[in-house]
Design a protein around this ligand. Structure first.
Ligand code: ITT
Length: 202
């Protein structure tokens, strides 16, 4: 029987990536709203880890009163740009205002970076996993790269069209989910989680 994991997210792009990476039948995923959780969770922490924990704990509290054996996982992630002192960072989702689209966000970023020679950046992902009876567990992943001067491709979500991972000719926006997952911050965090879970089993 697959382990049911509730992903504490409202971001369809993240869910699609989780489903692509973890498709071997070990886990069966539900998203927050599929278990009746519709609240907007306020991300008040200053770190990815802190916000991942807030999201996972909030949904776990809701789920555990109904389903005792479900796991809950949350992903807090974002883009850190060197020349902007690490911005937008934990504010990546809110960088262009509350209801902005991915396109609004990367268009604003390209504008802010116009003429900047240092285009180094990294994507960061922190996963928080809560299993019943255990303290929260954290798994991280990063992907270094550069910010393009123009968007390329329309795959992925968020800032993907303007991110070129280090050592690759294709940007995230030009990659399939599989290609992106093999090197992305989220793919690496998930790999770390699977390794961590396997170590605990043995
Ligand atoms: P949830 O909190 O509901 O999971 P969210 O989109 O608000 O969804 P975050 O608070 O973690 O998620 O914000 C992450 C933002 O960083 C996200 O909205 C994107 O703009 C950006 N981001 C994160 N991972 C990304 C990726 O793989 N590709 C492109 N942009 C990404």
């Amino acid at each position: 029987m697959p382990q049911t994991v509730v992903i504490a997210t409202g971001n369809a792009g993240k869910v699609s990536e989780f489903n692509t990476i973890l498709k071997d039948g070990t886990f069966s995923f539900l998203v927050s709203k599929e278990i009746g959780f519709y609240e907007e969770i306020e991300e008040t922490a200053k770190t990815f880890k802190g916000n991942a924990e807030i999201k996972a704990k909030t949904v776990f509290e809701y789920v555990s009163s109904k389903q005792k054996d479900y796991w809950v996982m949350a992903d807090d992630s974002g883009l850190e740009v060197e020349a902007l002192g690490g911005r937008p960072g934990v504010f990546s989702a809110r960088y262009a205002g509350e209801n902005a689209s991915g396109k609004d966000r990367y268009t604003k970023l390209l504008k802010e970076m116009e003429g900047l020679a240092n285009r180094n950046a990294r994507f960061v992902c922190c996963l928080c996993l809560i299993r019943p009876g255990s303290p929260p567990e954290f798994f991280e992943g990063e992907c270094k790269g550069t910010i393009l001067t123009e968007p390329r491709g329309n795959g992925g979500f968020g800032y993907d069209p303007v991110f070129l991972p280090k050592g690759y000719a294709k940007g995230f926006g030009e990659m399939s989910d599989e290609e992106k997952n093999s090197l992305s911050h989220r793919g690496r965090a998930i790999k770390n989680m699977l390794e961590g879970l396997n170590e605990k089993k043995n």
